[in-house]
Design a protein around this ligand. Structure first.
Ligand SMILES: Cc1cc2nc3c(=O)[nH]c(=O)nc-3n(C[C@H](O)[C@H](O)[C@H](O)COP(=O)(O)OP(=O)(O)OC[C@H]3O[C@@H](n4cnc5c(N)ncnc54)[C@H](O)[C@@H]3O)c2cc1C
Length: 435
């Protein structure tokens, strides 16, 4: 019976002709070799957490959820090689007790390591790159069946081409990460006036290892989240900390958000009041936790998302322009905009390629149409030189990207070399990279 796959937000689905779920490298290689020999299309899927159809397979779906775990771990140098389907939460478990940690993470940990790096998944912090910045080696099978072992020491250019590669160049079989000594994160959440944050955007980011802002477009206040890295302490969370975590993660982020989203969907005129209420309900908290549990929060209320990477210094002006738009058009969503940052990266298709980067993300409840809302905001993000997140919704196509990515032509040449038969293409890949 045909199996229908859908992504996390339930807006993308596909019905692959066949599904391969290899447990071993031999089975994985056989799947790829047979697909090439039979001129089939093959699409790897991680955990299906992209909002675009980037992972949708119409012919063979390569489901890597069983292809997980550590291949090698150099405990002295803090270098771990993982099978490509390993989930981020599994990595934290696998590293437990080793004294090592991932350098930075985004706001969930459900993604596979290969899926996360392939779309340029990032967290926040002006001194830290995206997840792909932690990658120092890859093993890879191209669309001609070639096995590549690429490392930063021997092939830095090829590694830069493949670290963020949209699943369009071949199948990543292993990912080697450079780890850092484990750490705790002290995270303070507090409301602040929007203008104060925008006036001091650089300083807020410089002062904290990780800084992010949640802002409902109708509100003059924002919620800030600032984290500092600390040496690991030997302790478990106090009852007060556990209670604070529960209030923030469950009551406000999930339970409250679900209720507000339902209300906002039915009674649109209530949005400004609901937004102000949500910012106030968020309140303040001060929690210290081990890195393995500090970054990610549960996301039980489904949504769709668009996110653009912008030159870091443009963020205050762009947010002010968005504020004027929200006011003029009475725009709104029950989800806040999320504003983050990242250090530059040399990966060819990294959204933070070669520039300190600020990110602006907009979300819409999954039961509401996102198109009209995103369509009002996207031109402002594009006009500021924005690059869309590869795994999140946007309307750009192949002709738009050469102006945004200096290595675009080299990337197309490499794609021609690695996937001349377009084994790894699907409708999204063809739209953004061309036929
Ligand atoms: C609730 C939620 C929160 C999110 N938070 C963040 C965030 O904080 N920061 C951020 O930047 N993004 C975030 N995202 C987006 C998400 O991180 C990316 O879309 C990511 O790519 C999803 O990883 P995945 O394992 O689900 O990959 P999938 O969506 O399954 O696949 C993504 C791409 O990777 C390719 N791929 C997967 N495995 C392989 C392989 N072995 N070889 C070659 N190609 C492969 C697929 O073919 C596809 O092209 C979030 C998404 C959701 C739903």
């Amino acid at each position: 019976m045909a199996h229908t796959w859908s992504n996390w937000s339930k807006t993308i689905s596909s019905t692959p002709t066949d599904v391969a779920t290899p447990w071993t490298i031999e089975a994985l290689e056989t799947t790829v070799d047979e697909a090439i020999a039979q001129c089939r299309r093959l699409k790897a899927v991680g955990s299906g957490h992209s909002f675009t159809s980037i992972a949708a397979a119409n012919d063979i779906q390569l489901d890597l959820s069983n292809y997980t775990g550590i291949v090698t771990f150099d405990q002295h140098a803090g270098r771990v090689t993982l099978r490509s389907g390993t989930r981020l939460w599994q990595i934290a478990q696998l590293l437990a007790g080793s004294g090592w940690a991932m350098e930075n993470l985004g706001d969930i940990n459900q993604q596979s390591i290969a899926g996360a790096i392939s779309t340029g998944t990032h967290g926040t912090g002006v001194r830290f790159g995206a997840l792909a910045s932690q990658v120092i080696g890859l093993e890879f099978i191209t669309g001609t069946g070639q096995r590549l072992t690429v490392s930063e020491d021997q092939d830095p250019e090829v590694l830069d081409a493949l670290r963020v590669s949209l699943g369009a160049f071949g199948i990543v079989t292993t990912v080697t990460l450079q780890l850092v000594p484990e750490y705790d994160l002290r995270t303070v959440e507090a409301p602040a006036p929007l203008d104060e944050v925008l006036d001091n955007w650089q300083a807020f980011n410089d002062q904290h290892d990780h800084f992010e802002v949640f802002w409902f477009g109708h509100d003059q206040n924002v919620q800030t989240k600032s984290s500092q890295r600390l040496p690991v302490q030997d302790r478990s969370p106090s009852p007060l900390q556990r209670a604070q975590n529960w209030v923030t993660d469950e009551l406000v982020s999930n339970g409250g958000l679900a209720l507000i989203s339902q209300l906002g969907r039915r009674y649109r005129r209530l949005l400004p009041a609901l937004n102000r209420y949500a910012t106030r309900a968020w309140g303040s908290s001060d929690v210290t936790a081990h890195w393995s549990s500090a970054f990610a929060t549960p996301r039980r209320v489904r949504f769709n998302e668009m996110e653009y990477a912008l030159p870091f210094e443009t963020i205050p002006d762009v947010v002010r322009e968005l504020r004027a738009l929200f006011c003029r058009k009475n725009l709104g969503s029950t989800f806040p905009l999320e504003i983050r940052s990242a250090a530059p990266d040399t990966a060819w298709l990294a959204t933070n390629h070669s520039q300190p980067t600020g990110y602006i993300a907009v979300h819409q409840y999954f039961q509401q149409d996102f198109r009209e809302y995103f369509a009002q905001i996207e031109p402002i993000l594009r006009a500021a030189g924005g690059r869309p997140h590869w795994g999140k919704l946007h309307t750009l196509a192949a002709a738009d990207f050469p102006a945004l990515y200096p290595k675009w032509q080299q990337m197309l040449d490499l794609r021609e070399q690695y996937d001349p038969q377009r084994i790894f293409a699907n409708s999204y890949v063809t739209r953004v990279l061309g036929a």
